[in-house]
Structures are given as C-alpha cells and as structure tokens.
Design a protein around this ligand. Structure first.
Ligand code: FES
Length: 91
C-alpha cells in the first residue's frame, strides 16, 4: 500500500527502513524524518503524515529503547537525580 504519494513510499518501505535503523542502532529514536532520510527522500506536502505515523506505530521496532524510557517530567524526582554529582551540604 502506498502511504506517501508525493514520494511513492509504501508501508513495506517504512517497515524496512525502521527495521534497518533498529538493527543498526538499538538506541535510536526513530522519527518520520529519519525514515524519510533512510529512504533517501524528504517529505513534500505532509498530507501523508497521519497515515505515515500510524504505519510506523504498527512496527514493534519503533518503540523507544527501555533504557531511554522514563526520562520525561512525569518520572519521579528520585529517578531523575544525577548520582554522579554529590549534593552540597548547607553547613
Ligand atoms: S503525500 Fe507524503 S509528502 Fe505528500
């Protein structure tokens, strides 16, 4: 199925690019822009973006690597504290 008509990108192209990027780098954050670049193309009108993203989400390899999860503001203060820098005392 063609997902991007401007650049003739199919769902199989998108999955192949995602699988290739994940195989090359286990910690990569895979974005639509990176998929376009991996395919040697760039977005044109952007009209395909909802379907492009929906197609990407069906690929298990597009998930954020486990070690990079929980970095958002919603995570606990304890987990965001940098252990490498000691806290200054008030004395
Ligand atoms: S349909 Fe994909 S950029 Fe236009």
């Amino acid at each position: 199925m063609i997902v991007c008509h401007c650049k003739s990108i199919s769902d199989k192209d998108i999955h192949a690019a995602i699988d290739w990027m994940r195989a090359a780098d286990a910690q990569a954050i895979i974005t639509p822009g990176k998929v376009y670049r991996a395919l040697g193309k760039s977005a044109d009108c952007g009209g395909c973006m909802p379907l492009f993203l929906a197609t990407m989400r069906t690929n298990d390899n597009v998930e954020v690597p486990p070690q990079l999860r929980h970095l958002r503001a919603g995570s606990t203060q304890e987990s965001r504290t940098c252990k490498a820098i000691p806290r200054l005392s008030n004395t």
